[in-house]
Write a protein that binds this ligand. Structure first.
Ligand code: NAP
Length: 330
């Protein structure tokens, strides 16, 4: 059919419903390999399309958008959209949508799993079982930290930050938070970042990655944390100065770190960060549950279809693009 929109989907989607729904109204080109499309291939495949469903691995910038003159909507299968140059999309009248909310609980679960694992030294214990260093029970071996009664500092009191705070409260923690402003009914007490760092036994990060937050967790921040504090990051690797984190762990300026996100991803096995003690890293699995990923795919398709139909998508990241007078917004 001549007037069906064309769409590029940059990876096979979980579940069958989202792709079926998309295919019912659009001609869909899916990138099937497991690894992301190389930049040239991404541009070539997206060039003739009206819409793109992208992953966080795809860099969507001005030069790419210029190679895709018919592209009207980019729907990102993530709540974070730091892989997309939003001003470049907006000034070209390209709508950008994301998938907030549906991944909140899964990501909060993972943040709390990391917190618990680091507190109770689970990966160290598991390694001991496998490498034969598990000796007879001893009253001072593999002692961790209590969760109940400890102070949990949330940096970035949004959807996921709140869900982690609720988990902390449920485990008997005292919750404090730092944000750009006070959040109504947040289950914790607002503090300056300095006060939060000085007080927290656990610091969990939930800010988006942008120009303001890039490298926010640097040597000065780690120096202000308590020497036993556990640093948990399920936000984005870019909010952390990674060499500074490695140094803080080596020098015992913080107690431990548990990360779902790094720079780069995947983290090479010879990256110096992995030499740091008391460090646990998992491979960006925050939202990786079957139900969550299917809901993300469904929401991403909703955004794409709304944008292609000339409607305002529910989760539109750049509303200013709607007012853009350019060709793409006719
Ligand atoms: P959200 O609801 O937008 O929450 C972000 C929070 O951070 C907001 O409260 C925001 O405050 C706050 N914030 C922004 N800049 C800040 C700053 N400079 N200092 C302190 N607080 C700041 O987003 P969300 O749904 O919770 O997701 C948070 C992030 O988690 C995403 O951007 C994404 O990168 C990451 N994420 C990772 C995974 C994973 O798989 N590991 C999964 C999902 C999400 P304002 O309201 O003032 O803007």
């Amino acid at each position: 059919m001549a007037d069906r929109p064309r769409v590029f989907v940059s990876r096979a989607l979980p579940g069958s419903e989202p792709l079926e729904r998309l295919s019912a109204v659009a001609d869909v080109d899916v990138w099937e390999p497991h690894d992301p499309p190389p930049a040239g291939e991404l541009a070539a495949r997206a060039a003739p399309c009206d819409g793109m469903l992208s992953m966080l691995t795809e860099s969507v910038d001005g030069p790419l958008l210029d190679r895709c003159p018919g592209l009207r909507v980019v729907s990102n299968l993530a709540v974070g959209y730091d892989n997309i140059d939003i001003p470049a999309a907006t000034e070209r009248g390209v709508l950008v949508t994301n998938t907030p909310g549906v991944l909140t609980e899964a990501t909060a679960d993972l943040a709390f799993a990391l917190l618990l694992s680091a507190a109770r030294r689970l990966s160290e214990g598991e390694r001991a079982v496998r490498d034969g260093t598990w000796g007879p029970w001893h009253p001072t071996w593999l002692l961790g930290r209590d969760i109940s009664g400890a102070t949990l500092g949330i940096v970035g009191p949004g959807r996921i930050g709140r869900a982690v705070a609720e988990r902390g409260s449920g485990f008997g923690m005292r919750v404090i938070y730092h944000g750009r402003s006070e959040v109504a009914n947040f289950p914790g007490e607002l503090m300056t970042l300095d006060a939060l760092l000085a007080t927290s036994d656990f610091v969990s990060v939930h800010v988006p990655l942008n120009a303001e937050t890039e490298g926010m967790f640097d040597a000065a921040v780690f120096a202000r944390m308590q020497p036993h504090a556990v640093f948990v990051n399920t936000a984005r690797g870019g909010v952390v100065d990674q060499p500074a984190l490695a140094a803080a762990l080596h020098e015992g300026r913080i107690g431990a770190a548990a990360l779902d996100v790094t720079t780069p991803e995947p983290l090479p096995t010879d990256d110096p960060l992995l030499d740091a003690p008391n460090l646990m890293v998992v491979p960006h699995v925050g939202s990786a549950t079957e139900r969550t990923r299917e809901r993300m795919a469904s929401l991403a398709v909703d955004g794409l279809l709304a944008g292609l139909a000339g409607e305002r998508p529910e989760h539109l990241v750049n509303p200013d693009a709607l007012d853009h007078p350019g060709e793409r917004r006719r």
